[in-house]
Design a protein around this ligand. Structure first.
Ligand code: ARG
Length: 459
């Protein structure tokens, strides 16, 4: 049995399955690059402050790079006896360069070390997520620009409400994603902070320079309280919350795509690459990817709930419970990046069934508000107009027709203000195009919207 790093205090032999329970190496090994970067910055600072010699620093840094090379080449053996990424790396370092490797942990604890690794990790991943969001936004923008002529039913309560431009509908997701991106950028001010040098809990007696390691690791700020630094997990919670929200947005869009793709709606077709068949029913083409995104949003929300529960009862400062903060965020990062990528590909290759949409919007009552507004413009009070149109709709339902099918005399029997221009007024195209209020679905308003949207993603 290898001696533990804390072997001096202990006499009993370790039990392997207890070590296995205690260990985090099977999941925190993804942090190895961050761990080595943190250690190199720490060693550089220790030498600058003459806590170790320049020669010792050089040996440590060369040794750490060699450990990383071994890892990249698949030559590094991790062991549960060394518990986590920090001690596995330290053990490999000491094996390579001897006792001098033991000097690296001067003025440092695993408590500030793991906090540093996680800050570096979350920061990197948040930048990657922001990039994936922008790629999806670009795809949405393109889809909106290329389909400005498509009119579709707009829904409330999943009942046809008013016709809208497909571009307008899809652009709603662009703006959700923009706010998601803004949230991540805002979170970065709290993620981008260095806890290194906080020690186990209270700082250190060594004359360290925390601002130097902060700069070496390119953090914008530094924790001002060592106890806060080693026990803070707010930034992970916040990131998980932001991830959960992106996933909720993607889940809503997925749900819509699933509906649009149903035989009942048949508004769009997804490409073969982003659908699957059935092992039994030969006719099936299933929107599995959209369903999976919808399903996976449960995982990220689960991770958020789980870390909120994890932290809520913990006294300051570090408690081993905090080792449980990692798998949730690691999984959530993979999930959100994967989902954004899939959604982008799915939308890029989706085709709109224009003929179906055109027929659909001709055959419903989503122009009823327009008729009411028409009467209002002729001086009829809105309540009265609402009642007249309601009666006309009922008449149509009873006679199995739509408003466009009523003869002018029938209209005039209900209200004399209705004139021959009503048929143009009620056409879906007119209905949509007259809605040019700021943020409305009229073509002119949507064009303005697209222009403003484009400016938000210009790099
Ligand atoms: N593997 C530990 C974690 O992930 C690192 C910190 C351990 N610190 C300690 N005092 N046991 O939280």
């Amino acid at each position: 049995m290898t001696k533990k790093a804390w072997g001096g205090r202990f006499q009993g032999e370790a039990i392997e399955w207890v070590d296995a329970f205690n260990a985090s190496i099977h999941f925190d090994q993804v942090l190895i690059e961050k761990d080595v970067a943190g250690s190199i910055a720490h060693a550089t600072m220790l030498a600058a402050k003459e806590i170790i010699t320049e020669e010792e620093k050089k040996q440590i840094i060369d040794g750490l790079s060699a450990v990383l090379d071994d890892y990249d080449a698949g030559r590094l053996d991790f062991s549960v006896q060394h518990e986590d990424i920090h001690m596995n790396v330290e053990h490999a370092l000491i094996e390579k360069i001897g006792d001098v490797g033991g000097k690296l942990h001067t003025a440092r604890s695993r408590n500030d070390q793991i906090a540093t690794d996680m800050h570096l990790y979350v920061k990197e991943k948040v930048y990657e997520i922001i990039e994936s969001i922008e790629t999806l936004q670009e795809t949405i923008l393109e889809l909106a620009e290329n389909n400005l002529h498509c009119i579709m039913p707009g829904y409330t309560h999943l009942q046809r409400a008013q016709p809208v431009l497909f571009s307008h509908h899809i652009m709603a997701y662009f703006w959700m994603l923009k706010r998601d991106k803004d949230r991540f950028n805002d979170a970065l001010t709290r993620i981008d902070m260095s806890p290194l040098g906080a020690g186990a809990i209270s700082g250190t007696t060594f004359n360290i320079d925390r601002e130097m390691t902060q700069e070496l690791l390119q953090f914008s700020d530094v924790y001002q309280n060592s106890m806060d630094a080693v026990s803070d997990r707010d930034y992970i919670i916040e990131t998980l919350s932001d991830i959960s929200l992106v996933m909720v947005h993607l889940s809503r869009l997925s749900e819509e795509i699933i509906f649009w793709m149903s035989e009942e709606a048949n508004f769009v077709q997804l490409s073969d690459q982003f659908t699957t068949g059935s092992s039994m029913m030969p006719q099936k083409k299933n929107p599995d990817m959209a369903e999976l995104i919808r399903g996976k949003s449960a995982r990220t929300t689960g991770a958020l709930t789980s870390i909120l529960m994890l932290v809520k009862g913990l006294p300051l400062t570090y408690n081993k419970d905090l080792q449980e903060d990692k798998e949730g965020i690691f999984d959530a990062v993979t999930t959100v990046k994967g989902s954004l990528r899939i959604m982008t590909g799915m939308l890029e290759t989706m085709t709109i069934n224009e003929a179906v949409l055109e027929k659909t919007v001709q055959n419903d009552f989503s122009n009823a508000t327009e008729l009411a507004d028409y009467l209002v413009q002729k001086g009829v009070p809105f309540r009265k107009a609402h009642e007249v149109v309601g009666e006309l709709v009922l008449k149509c339902i009873n006679e199995d027709k739509y408003l466009k099918d009523l003869a002018l005399e029938e209209y005039q029997r209900h209200h004399e203000a209705i004139q021959g221009d009503i048929y143009t007024v009620l056409s879906p195209k007119t209905v949509v195009d007259r809605r040019n209020s700021l943020g409305g679905t009229g073509t002119e308003a949507v064009k303005k919207q697209l222009h403003i949207a484009k400016n938000t993603i210009k790099k």
